[in-house]
Design a protein around this ligand. Sequence first.
Ligand SMILES: O=c1ccn([C@@H]2O[C@H](COP(=O)(O)OP(=O)(O)O[C@H]3O[C@H](CO)[C@@H](O)[C@H](O)[C@H]3O)[C@@H](O)[C@H]2O)c(=O)[nH]1
Ligand SMILES: [Mn+2]
Length: 877
Amino acid sequence: MAAAVTRRLHALRVEAPDGHAVADVESGRGASEEADTPVAKRVADAKDDVWVAADEEGDVPGTGRPLLFRTMKVKGSILHPYRFLILVRLIAVVAFFAWRVKHRINHDGGGAWLWATSMVADTWFGFSWLLNQLPKLNPVKRVPDLAALADQHGSSNTNLPGIDVFVTTVDPVDEPILYTVNTILSILAADYPVDRYACYLSDDGGTLVHYEAMVEVAGFAALWVPFCRKHRVEPRSPENYFGMKTRPYVGRMAAGEFVRDHRRVRREYEEFKVRIGSLASTIRQRSHAYNSSSGKGVGARATWMADGTQWPGTWIEQAENHRRGQHAGIVQVILNHPSCKPQLGSPASTDDSPFDFSNVDTRLPMLVYISREKRPGYNHQKKAGAMNVMLRVSALLSNAPFVVNFDCDHYINNSQALRAPMCFMLDPRDGQNTAFVQFPQRFDDVDPTDRYANHNRVFFDGTMLSLNGLQGPSYLGTGTVFRRVALYGMEPPRYRAEKIKLVAGKADEFGSSTSFVSSMPDAAIQERSITPVLVDEGLGDDLAALMTCAYEYGSSWGRDVGWVYNIATEDVVTGFRMHSQGWRSMYCSMEPAAFPRHGADQPHGAPLPGAPVVGGIPGDVLLPQQRAPRRRPAPPSPARRVPQHVHVPDRHGVHPGVQPLPGHVALLRAVVHPEALRRVHRVPRRRHRHDPLDRHVRGEMGGDHAARLVPQRAVLHDRRHRRVPGGCAVHGAEARDREGAALQAHVQADGGLLRRRQVRRPVHGAVGAAADPDRGGARRERRGRRGGGRQGRDVGFFHGPGAARGARDGVQRLDPRPPLPVRARDHGAVGKETRHPVRHAGHGHRRRRDRLLHTPHAVPSRMHGQKLQLLLVKHHR
Ligand SMILES: O=c1ccn([C@@H]2O[C@H](COP(=O)(O)OP(=O)(O)O[C@H]3O[C@H](CO)[C@@H](O)[C@H](O)[C@H]3O)[C@@H](O)[C@H]2O)c(=O)[nH]1
Ligand SMILES: [Mn+2]
């Protein structure tokens, strides 16, 4: 039985090149090939060892509607002993507490406070353990039956419900634009009826780069999407597809034709990437040309779109009403909603197009660019705010009954992935009470052994999966398919006798737009097809109103409607709100993974434009940094949260070595949402707004700084020698070397408090730069200071001939050895100067740092048992 389920799970319903579904390939070529690989076999066998089907295949009795997912339970032979173990532990815990209470400290003994403290901690520990066990008492897995879904919806799939796909992005550098572009391409190429879904990109930065990248995407998609359909390419994110070593061909074309098409598309993709990479400079050049030809410096210098009109969003050279956080709302429909009839492409012709798409449906789904209005003085509510705007705007454009949300670094890896949630939403049993279907987060490029648990399997494949046996998993912020009416704050039909109430009288709740309120009843109709709309003036005004900052004032948005505001974990709380209304959720994990993340979470900085992004950073490079510090870390201070240079697994596993959490907090984290803790601890996001590169690409800076920057990997490699785990830079003094270049000394040390105490003392044995003949020094003076200001207290100062600015100028070398050369071989021809990649957590030198190009030299030395480092910093002129 279980084997049959597994087989069915593996069965793929594939769409023929012409866009019509073909016969099930269950036990056919593609499926059996996959099942025959040793890995697949092992996976399948392992699954059968644990899970057994808990329901029968077939129809719901009496209705004739097929069941669209299978429910699996853990085998009794595994579950019962586990439950027994929980019971034993429960007894042990209770007995322990009983013992504790009985053996209180005597009244005369002074340890009562100690007893009380440890009681509080242990009670919390026991309680959180108990909470964590509840879902595991009866874990349930639900496996979508894609074949049954396809059977039910006929060969053309035309009556599958509509889906609006929402992608959020903010910054083309922090969130590399190549990721976003690949995400959008993978969505456009998904295997779902094209006239039944639409893709929205929300750009909170309002940058023209994003919009023009989407225009490029639309162009390239006209080739990429038919190619994917013709050859059944997987995955449909081009960067990932072309990055793959081998993959069996499952298409039906002749091998020669595939190879030819593949080569050409690959070439086109490379060119497309170059165009994307150069957008920033193309736009700047174009704008400079326009600005210098017109106006001659009168008024603000605008950023110009390709059609010669001013970009209404954020300008390269920031101006009133066109700067970050202050610009009008923008909606641009880049691809219109397609017709509902398939449109076959043209046969190959030598001059026009070398691709034979004569049997392939070439329609593309709707693609819309949105940037909501931003004004100073408003709380824009980050992602939650962006999602609510998209929810409203899409209601007037496509108004699909389901919406799915991805962060811009997630992509669709399994082209069937949009179908799977429909199995839950349309299932006759609990479908209409299901508010959302949550997919696990998966990560590319974690080191193969996953030594540091970056995959977070326990959280995703244990706790979240088990919650299926209760009311369903929490909403985890991304990779989630929602029922639109549930986001509108409606209650599930099961709990209300009447159909979902669509209240006209309570329109205030939803804001002042009548067009939006009148679109709401339609949102509940699953069978409704998406009708193409014409964005004329009237609709344009409506859309603009929905995107304004003030729209939500006085309404229920952010509270009872849409994504919840003013809370660290808006995603979890939004999910909880639905659960508390009686909705349930479903957990859906697929093989191959549905929506993984591009690349492992990167420790910092974006790869350079044009540098290989996906798969760019092997996990191993990061490993030396991940080691737990040898000394006990200092308690977190505002200046020193989790060091940003460490590869912190994004949300669920702040590494214990990085941020020591007491065990019970770690446990609690598995139950309460982990994101909350990150916010509680105020771990800074990895934002890099002040990097020269960022500012360069964002257009905030002139000059050609990018040319001096080195690839990420080189920087990482180099950094290992310069950064002590847990260390922070202590500001040093300045001097000039013989050539007149300013030198700046930083002393780094690890060990927090320990360090601070120690380095206050005068530094002994340091060799002054001025005394070093290499540095042209003459007079030597050491001035170790006690206490004093925060900065420079631990640096000895030396006067040298180049030191022009008095007693504080100087440089200290802690080791007489000459500085290490920068490893030039790691970054090729870039030269000696490197960008300083290290964020000095919270120290106030960012501004200055921006003006500097750093030439770091690591000179490790031992002093009072401390590891100290010296950075010599050169002013960039
Ligand atoms: O003002 C903002 C800030 C963020 N975002 C987008 O929101 C998403 C998540 O933001 P990010 O800063 O990348 O947070 P992460 O820590 O990477 O994401 C975690 O936190 C998010 C919100 O809590 C969840 O949605 C994610 O799934 C979860 O991985 C990204 O796509 C951003 O582009 C916006 O659209 N506008
Ligand atoms: Mn993110």
